[in-house]
Design a protein. Sequence first.
Lengths: 498, 184
Amino acid sequence: MAVGAVVARILTQYSDKGSKAASKDIGKLGKSFDAFAKKSAKAFGVAALAAAAFAVKIGKDAVEAAVADQKSQALLANSLRNTVGATDDAIAGVERHITALQKQFSVADDELRPAFGRLAAAFNSTTAAQEAMQIALNVSAFASVDLATASDAIIKASQGQYKAITKLVPGIGAATLATKDFGKITDKVSKLTGGAAATRAETLEGKMMGLKLAFGEVMETLGYALLPVMEKFATLVTTQLLPKIEAFVALNKDKLAAGFQVAAEMAFKLLTVAIAFSDWCANNMGIVKGMAALIVGMFAVGRIAAFVTAIGTITTAMALLRTTAIGTAIANAFATSGVSIALGAAALATVGLGAYTLNNMMKPEAVAGKKGISPRGNANNRDFSVDPYTPPVVKGLEDFTTGLNKSTKALKTAQTMQDKINAEAVRQNLARQKSLSGSTALAVGQGGKLYMPNSGVNVVVNNAGSVVSNEDLVTSIVNGIERTTRRSFGTVGAFDRL
Amino acid sequence: MADEVIVLTGIKETLDALKEFDKDAVKRFNKVINNELRGAERDAKGLISEDPPMSGWRKADAAKGRTRGGAGWPGWNAGEIKSKITKTKAQGKVRGDYTTSAGALLNKSAAGAIFETAGRKTQAGFGGGSGAQFLRTIGNRFGKASRVVWRVVDKDRARIEENVAHALEQAKADLQKHLNKERA
């Protein structure tokens, strides 16, 4: 389609070209999501563990708070029943009142309930107790003392003891106290301390306390939800799990005891051996290093094991040569295997190192001055016996070496015999030449020149052309002799005289 | 420009498969598309007048270009503009909505493109300058942007799509018939 043109599409068709790419991208995205999921699963797993731990902590605190709250409620309810004969409805009303006070003045219900219980007991009325509780809260906030102290001071005041209340609220005045009218005194106290609890609740400290109490309430609520579960769990453990464990232990106590004893003994032995072995290693570090070198050498030898097998084949071949042929054939074979021999020597050296190390280890006298192998570091007590190590490759190399030596010896023998044969041949040739001396001797040289011994007839063969056969050579010689005889004797046929 | 388009599916696949059984059916389908595109092309070319749309629009290209990035203002050559209004069935770039063109009109000349699109982005009266009067005049005389190929497409798209879709359905039916016969 033209570039830069105004394009007005009339027909539009679907193309999966982009969708394939998109599908691919989505696939990649899916993989990325999978990877992310795995990673995040790990991360979230950690977080989940932490959250679970935190949840356990929360649960524990919640249950504890609920238990404490339940205990506090139960005590107050019991106290109210005993002191004022409160009904369940009255108790529930008191609880609602305490909850309201807690929210209003940011004072914990655990603190309110005991104080309310004492006030109710002192005034023999939940209604009077509620009024006194209001005063006590203000006194507590006014004097910055806990609610129990304030409520006790009020109770004492109601009993004619004013020292505590005057100490907490100094401005009551002697005249008011002199009236010994608890109503007037509490009115004066209320006038002096009125609004103190509400004011304290509005301060930062009060709000923080309110927050803490609210959280505590949440925890208690959660704890109350968990309590049935905990009770069920405790029941399960008590009624089912523990009896079964007890029954199992009762049935298997002897076996368990024996098993623990055996395990303890084994652990002790293992520990003893481990300590002894480490002690031995420390005392025989040279041998430990030798073992390490041997292990490394064995790996190297393992690599050339195949080559050594080939060496064995060569050894066999050379042994055959030694028994069947003598001379240059052996020498050539020997020469061509020079490289292999060098490699064999390297293998021998490697194995030799291992063998040397092994021998050192196996011979106590070779490591004189050092301790032998003993789990307890005792040279005379060889609990760790080790069989001599003779790897197959060593035997192969030994065979190779033996064969090589024999072949070399055979070669020398062959050379000696060849020398003897050659010497004998030379001797016999000289003897023959000596027997031929005094007669015409023939020798063929280049250029037709023939140099003969000093005695006898000198024959020069004119064979400047190429000699193609023995017959030609013989014909040439005969013709030459005939010419010589013609010149010497002047007649043909003198050759027959020779 | 029309806001809604009908996306045809399976044109290529249908025609490729149908080609194996009934080449005449393929020809019939192509004939429908070609006829529709040819008609649209003819209509678009008919919107190009021999005289320039405005008196000041010279018929020859600017001798020394100073506008349009140095290319200069293109002359109004009706023959060139018409010749460069063409139809195409080539597949263009696949858009993000996985659609591409199965048939389109092209307005490839510079003068034709200006006449087609002038004022689409820059509204007359905004920005001032020498272009404002041009945009006002061309807008007053020939209407808003989309004055050539897009005008034709906007006018005839529904009919063309309907005809082509019908032809495609016919081609699919032909293919199905052949496939059924093959299966039998």
